[in-house]
Design a protein around this ligand. Structure first.
Ligand code: NAD
Ligand code: TYD
Length: 358
C-alpha cells in the first residue's frame, strides 16, 4: 500500500510526511519540484527510511505523474504542492497560475485516468485529497461569522484566486467524472520547518539576527492560527473518514491580530534567549507599507470537522508557539542554510545528473 504526496518537501507537506512515517508502515511517494520553498533537508530524518520514496518533479508533468501512478499504485493522493506566498503572488503571479491552476488540472487529468483504470474495490476506495486554504473565502469584517464550508468564494489575491480555481477544478472532477475527492480549507499554519518568508518564522529569525520586524500597515489584520501538526492530523482524519466530495474547514479557533503575534514571539524570545543588551525584542518592530489588497480578517468555523470526524487541535496557540520558537532556537543550521541558499546549491549538486524520470 502506498500514498502519493505532492509538495512533500515544503513546510506542511514535510511535516505531514514525517508524521506519517512515524505512524504508518505505508509507503509515501513524495513528488516535489523543489522550488525555493522545497527543502530536502526537511526530510533528513527519513532519508534512510525505505518507506519514503522521493521524486523530484512537477505535478504538471503528466508523463511523470502517470509513470508514478502506474508504478506505485497509490490508494490516495494528497496534493500539497503549490506556490503559497501571497506577497510573491503579488510581485509575480505567473508561477501561481502555472502550478496552482494548470498544475492541479494536469494532476487531476492523470489521476482521473489512473482511477478509471483501477478495478473494484480499489477504484471506489481511492481518494484525491486537495489541501487548500481559508483565503479562498476572502476577507471578513469585524464580528462577521467565521467562514463555514458554505461560504461563497471571494478570493482577493493572485494566490487565493489560484487556490480557489484549483478547488473548483477538484470539485468539478468529482461532480462530472465521479473522482472521489476531499478538500480541506485550513487557516494559517505555523510550526517547525516553516520557510522564513512567512510572518512567524520571519519574525523569529529577524529578531535573532538583530534585524527590523516588518509589520504591514497598522498590524491589526487578523488571522486564525493552527499548529502545523494539528493540520496534519486533520488531513489524516479527513483522508480516513471524510465523506467523498465534501469540503472540511480546518482551524484553531484562534484569531489573533498580527501585531499581537509579533509581540507574543518577542516575549517568548525575551524569555528563552534574551538580547545581549537586555532590551526587549519588541523594540525591533517596524511598521512598514501595507500589502496591496491586504485581507483584513480570516476566521474559520471548524465545527463540521469537529462534529463529523471528531478532530480538534491538540495545541493551544501558547503551547504551539512556544514549541515553534524552541524549534528555531534549536535549529540555527537549518535557518542559516535556507537563508544562505546553501540548500539550493546542495539540491543542484544532488540532482546534477538526474532527469525527471523516477
Ligand atoms: P510551501 O510553499 O512551504 O511548500 C510548497 C511545496 O510545493 C514546496 O516543497 C515546493 O517545492 C512544492 N511545489 C511547488 N510547485 C510545485 C510543482 N509544480 N510540482 C511539485 N511540487 C511543487 O507551502 P506550504 O505552506 O507547505 O503549503 C502547502 C499547501 O497547503 C499549499 O497548497 C497551500 O496552499 C496550503 N495551505 C497552506 C497554509 C499555510 O499557512 N502555509 C494554510 C492553508 C493551506
Ligand atoms: P503570511 O505569513 O504571509 O500569511 P498570509 O498572507 O497567507 O496570511 O502573513 C500573515 C500576516 O502577516 C498577513 O496579514 C501579512 C502579515 N505580514 C506582516 O505584517 N509582515 C511580514 O513581514 C509578513 C511576511 C506578513
Amino acid at each position: 500500500m502506498a500514498i502519493l504526496v505532492t509538495g512533500g518537501a515544503g513546510f506542511i507537506g514535510s511535516n505531514f510526511v514525517l508524521d506519517w512515517l512515524t505512524q504508518s508502515k505505508e509507503t509515501v511517494v513524495n513528488l516535489d519540484k523543489l522550488t525555493y520553498a522545497g527543502n530536502l533537508r526537511n526530510l533528513d530524518p527519513v532519508k534512510d527510511n525505505s518507506n519514503h520514496i522521493f521524486v523530484r518533479g512537477d505535478i504538471g508533468d503528466s508523463a511523470l505523474v502517470a509513470t508514478l501512478l502506474a508504478r506505485y499504485q497509490p490508494r490516495a493522493i494528497l496534493n500539497f504542492a503549490a506556490e503559497s506566498h501571497v506577497d510573491r503572488s503579488i510581485s509575480g503571479p505567473a508561477e501561481f497560475i502555472e502550478t496552482n491552476i494548470v498544475g492541479t488540472f494536469r494532476l487531476l487529468e492523470a489521476v482521473r485516468a489512473y482511477q478509471a483504470s483501477l478495478a473494484q474495490p480499489d477504484a471506489s476506495k481511492f481518494r484525491f485529497l486537495h489541501v487548500s486554504t481559508d483565503e479562498v473565502y476572502g476577507s471578513l469584517v469585524p464580528n462577521e461569522a467565521a467562514f463555514s464550508e458554505s461560504r461563497r468564494y471571494e478570493p482577493n489575491s493572485p494566490y487565493s484566486a489560484s487556490k480557489a480555481a484549483s478547488d473548483h477544478l477538484v470539485r468539478a472532477y468529482h461532480h462530472t467524472y465521479g473522482l472521489p475527492v476531499l478538500t480541506t480549507n485550513c487557516s494559517n499554519n505555523y510550526g517547525p520547518l516553516h520557510f522564513p518568508e512567512k510572518l512567524i518564522p520571519l519574525m523569529i529569525v529577524n529578531a535573532l539576527a538583530s534585524r527590523p520586524l516588518p509589520v504591514y500597515g497598522d498590524g491589526q489584520q487578523i488571522r486564525d492560527w493552527l499548529y502545523v501538526k494539528d493540520h496534519c492530523a486533520a488531513i489524516r482524519v479527513v483522508l480516513d473518514r471524510g465523506r467523498i466530495g465534501e469540503t472540511y474547514n480546518v482551524g484553531g479557533w484562534n484569531e489573533k491580530a498580527n501585531i499581537d503575534i509579533v509581540h507574543a514571539v518577542c516575549a517568548l524570545l525575551d524569555e528563552m534567549q534574551p538580547r545581549i543588551d537586555a532590551q526587549p525584542y519588541a523594540s525591533q518592530i517596524s511598521f512598514v507599507t501595507d500589502r496591496p489588497g491586504h485581507d483584513r480578517r480570516y476566521a474559520i468555523d471548524a465545527r463540521k470537522i469537529s462534529e463529523e470526524l471528531d478532530w480538534k487541535p491538540a495545541e493551544t496557540f501558547e503551547t504551539g508557539l512556544r514549541k515553534t520558537v524552541r524549534w528555531y532556537l534549536d535549529n540555527p543550521e537549518w535557518v542559516r542554510e535556507v537563508q544562505s541558499g546553501a540548500y539550493r546549491e546542495w539540491v543542484a549538486q544532488q540532482y546534477l545528473d538526474v532527469s525527471s524520470t523516477p
